[in-house]
Design a protein around this ligand. Structure first.
Ligand SMILES: Cc1cc2nc3c(=O)[nH]c(=O)nc-3n(C[C@H](O)[C@H](O)[C@H](O)COP(=O)(O)OP(=O)(O)OC[C@H]3O[C@@H](n4cnc5c(N)ncnc54)[C@H](O)[C@@H]3O)c2cc1C
Length: 275
């Protein structure tokens, strides 16, 4: 199928994009990598009258480093992470995650900002951003605001991006060198969207641990009780029971098979982080 007709505008700056969005008569959407939006347009799943292309905006491809965090412009591609051409403060976790997204042609064009804006529950970056306590900076007609990723994501395909706002950048706090991570993705084939996704982080020096489950029917879930047990060194089978109990409590709608799948992902991610 071909997309329904729309106007196309190539924005030259963030301000230009916001002005174009604000002035659009009808439904407007911004284009980043186009890896999700273009198929949706072709299938006519997304009614768009005006397409505003962000790709010529150099500021959205920037990276800025501070001692505490790294700020990635929204247009930073999956491939840039995979190739290690952008700074990494996560001991290689972001690089590894990027390399597991889709296949290279998608990674060449797909962007961090586009993936978070879409908020597909099965997307790799969403769960990763929650695990890493990232925050999202939005720019709109009234200026900028910064939201913690857990406030930014409201639910599946639903974020706090207001009308006429775009994601400017994503700030990822630097992790300590002592932290270890585990990432476990269950997908029908390598590079496909996850059926289950878990990320585990553990830092014995700071006595902190984090366990996050993604790719279920809602926004990524932070498992606090399981993370405490993980930090305290719960053995594999004991951790599985604790994870399962926490999932029962927080995700009562899961089928037994789904609960088992997510439990297994969480435990495997934890085991990887420990090894
Ligand atoms: C075959 C295939 C397999 C895939 N497999 C995976 C996978 O395994 N894991 C995974 O995580 N992803 C996967 N993806 C998705 C891929 O990562 C996309 O690149 C990503 O979801 C969207 O990023 P994009 O830059 O292409 O955004 P686009 O497609 O350009 O835009 C997506 C949406 O975000 C909006 N948007 C984009 N940028 C901004 C911004 N800066 N501010 C506000 N709104 C914005 C657009 O208006 C649109 O609504 C796959 C895609 C394909 C085609």
């Amino acid at each position: 199928m071909k997309p329904a007709p729309f106007s196309y505008y190539r924005a030259t700056s963030v301000e230009d994009a916001i002005t174009a969005l604000s002035g659009a008569d009808g439904m407007a959407a911004v284009l980043a990598g186009g890896q999700s939006l273009v198929p949706m347009l072709n299938l006519r799943l997304s009614p768009v009258d005006h397409l505003i292309d962000l790709r010529a905006i150099a500021a959205l491809s920037r990276q800025e480093e501070t001692p505490e965090a790294i700020c990635y412009g929204a247009l930073t591609t999956h491939a840039a992470f995979e190739d290690g051409v952008v700074p990494d403060g996560t001991n290689g976790l972001m690089r590894y995650v990027a390399s597991r997204i889709a296949y290279r042609a998608v990674r060449n064009r797909g962007t961090l900002g586009g993936a978070l804006a879409l908020a597909d529950p099965a997307a790799d970056w969403l769960t990763t951003a929650v695990a890493l306590d990232a925050s999202v900076t939005l720019t709109g007609p009234d200026g900028q605001r910064c939201l913690a990723i857990t406030d930014f994501v409201v639910g599946p395909y639903y974020t706090q991006i207001a009308e006429h706002e775009i994601i400017d950048s994503i700030v990822v706090p630097r992790r300590s060198a002592a932290e270890r991570w585990g990432y476990y993705k269950v997908a029908p084939k390598v590079g496909e969207y996850a059926k289950s996704l878990a990320i585990a982080l553990i830092d014995h020096e700071k006595e902190s641990a984090r366990l996050v489950i993604g790719a279920w029917s809602d926004a990524p879930l932070v498992l606090e009780a399981s993370a405490s047990a993980f930090l305290e060194g719960a053995k594999k089978n004991d951790l599985a029971v604790i994870v399962q109990n926490e999932l029962d409590l927080k995700m009562p709608s899961l089928s037994p098979a789904e609960r088992r799948l997510h439990t297994s992902s969480a435990v495997r991610a934890a085991e990887q982080a420990r090894s």
